[in-house]
Design a protein around this ligand. Structure first.
Ligand code: BG6
Length: 518
């Protein structure tokens, strides 16, 4: 699109930058500190915040896990991991070393109380020695089976309440999956809310921290021209695709239990859907935004269990190829049963039964081992009501299309029809394209940086509220139950490195539509 760098600079200057808020001094405890998430996402994100001077004075981390490490051994592991994931140049390594001086390790069991005694002591010491001020952020980065034990023990040791009521804060971040189905999610919620108050609980869905996902709200509500056409009168259907080329990355044990729908749709994809479909909130603040998201969830029509094939397709990858690299079948992955019926691909058709969206299908697809990593939302508009140019060489006039690319190559493009310069009336589609990296020079923070900072600042807007989790499970649980009962029946296979089973195409073709080419 013709947004020049000058125009971008002018827009930047016109929108005066609000002053950044720094969080109050605090300490963060990471449960599951010896795991993958800590090394790949959490510590790199905290280092990024440190480098951009967004962390408070004295900020400290206590890693907690069962393995035994000294502080220095733990720091050395994190040093190597951050260096690798963030590709830190040699001249910046001293910053990383400095940051890691505020990182400590406490080893302990998740179930037994004595580890929490040591943790409490370590936190008090940090308050004294590094000035962390009694504010605490507990981050659950363990497998979900430990969430309950950790919460119970924090409660029993008195760590769930602020150190000095009224003066300090204590918050807890809970990773997904929040529960395994509706009942277990409710049970976990009951337990967590018996120890923490709802305003202390931050259920994280890292998709909501992605810059492009937040921009969806800006796109819809900071521009006057889209909202009037953002409804059933003008929109034919919506597609949401969240595709990954990766396989299990060593997470076979977890994935066998979870499957694609629990791993991606119950949280990330439904969050995206709610942002596209929600009504304008009256204010840009947590309660209003989360209220509107929940209303969307409440309006989604239950999946038709008596005609499930018309609304849901599941698939699993078999052996395939990526270039000349052979990709193993899902059933041949480590820690996966050779008879597994876990889905690695799903396509769904959902309807939102309200005035804005009645009869507009939302088609969703997501999968592992697809040809590439791409997340994209497509809004397909209805065709022009009167085909004025019929009879010319314009029979193929395509509908307008708005594509929001969440990742990679973040941007937004609009397709419309244009006349080909010639004496004849010939029409073809063209694109107006906005690309983040061309317009804004600085690379955006990753999701975890945004979300960790929000959490320290006490802003829960981008976190998931209990009722959203509940409504999402209410929608998904009957489907998962049916698939479990059906076993192998209705599970379709696709070659790794392809776009899923052909049955997913039929889901669209049945409605006279097709998936967008990604
Ligand atoms: C996680 C899932 O929540 O999201 C993973 O558990 C998935 O299976 C990941 O790979 C995708 O995240 P992103 O940010 O790479 O799109």
């Amino acid at each position: 699109m013709a947004i020049t760098t000058d125009a971008a600079a002018a827009i930047g200057a016109a929108l005066s930058t609000p002053a950044r808020r720094l969080p109050e001094p605090c300490a963060m405890v990471i449960f599951g500190a010896s795991g993958d998430l800590t090394e790949r996402k959490l510590i790199p994100a905290l280092y990024y915040l440190y480098r951009h001077e967004l962390l408070p004075q004295g900020f400290s981390v206590v890693g907690y896990a069962r393995s035994s490490f000294s502080d220095d051994q733990f720091r050395a592991r994190q040093f190597e991991a951050v260096k690798e994931y963030l590709k830190i140049p040699a001249e910046d390594e001293s910053y990383l070393t400095e940051f890691l001086k505020g990182v400590f390790y406490s080893s302990g069991d998740y179930t037994a109380p004595d580890g929490y005694d040591r943790l409490a002591k370590a936190l008090d010491d940090l308050d004294e020695q590094r000035g962390t001020g009694g504010n605490r952020l507990f981050y659950m980065a363990t497998p979900p089976s430990f969430f309950g034990d950790i919460v119970r023990n924090l409660g029993a040791r008195g760590l769930a309440r602020p150190k000095h009521e009224g003066r300090n804060w204590t918050r807890v971040v809970i990773e997904k999956p929040f529960g395994h189905d509706l009942e277990s999610a409710r049970e976990l919620n009951r337990l967590v809310t018996s120890v923490f108050r709802e305003e202390q609980i931050y259920r994280i869905d890292h998709y909501l921290g992605k810059e492009t996902v937040q921009n969806l709200l800006v796109f819809r509500f900071a521009n006057g021209i889209f909202e009037p056409v953002w409804n059933r009168r003008y929109i034919d259907h919506v597609q949401i695709a969240v595709a990954e080329d990766l396989g299990l990355e060593g997470r076979g044990g977890y994935y066998e239990e979870a499957g694609l729908v629990r791993d991606m749709i119950q949280n990330h994809v439904l969050s995206l859907l709610s942002l596209i479909a929600m009504e304008p909130p009256s204010q840009f603040e947590a309660k209003s935004v989360r209220d509107e998201k929940s209303k969307v969830m409440r309006a989604i029509r239950p999946l038709p269990l008596d005609a499930l094939n018309e609304a849901a397709v599941r698939g699993q990858y078999v052996e395939g190829w990526k270039g000349d690299q052979r990709l193993p079948a899902y059933r041949a992955e480590p820690k996966v049963s050779p008879q597994s019926v876990t889905e690695t691909f799903a396509a769904l058709k959902l309807y939102i039964d309200n005035w804005r969206w009645a009869d507009v299908p939302f088609y969703i697809r997501s999968g592992k081992r697809l040809p590439k990593r791409i997340s994209e939302i497509t809004i397909e508009f209805r065709r022009a009501p009167h085909l004025l140019f019929r009879g010319t060489i314009t029979e193929d006039m395509v509908p307008n299309l708005l594509r929001v690319r969440i990742q990679p190559d973040e941007g937004i493009s609009l397709r419309f029809n244009a006349k080909i310069p010639d004496t004849m009336m010939q029409i073809r589609p063209v694109e107006m394209d906005f690309r983040y990296n061309e317009v804004f020079e600085a690379s955006p923070p990753t999701a975890y940086e945004t979300l960790l900072l929000d959490c320290m600042l006490g802003d829960p807007m981008l976190f998931t509220r209990d009722e959203f989790v509940d409504l999402a499970w209410e929608l998904i649980t009957p489907l998962l139950r049916r698939w479990r009962d059906d076993g192998r029946k209705g599970l379709y296979f696709y070659e790794a490195g392809t776009w899923g089973p052909p049955e997913a195409d039929s889901l669209m073709e049945h409605d006279g539509r097709h998936w967008r080419h990604l």
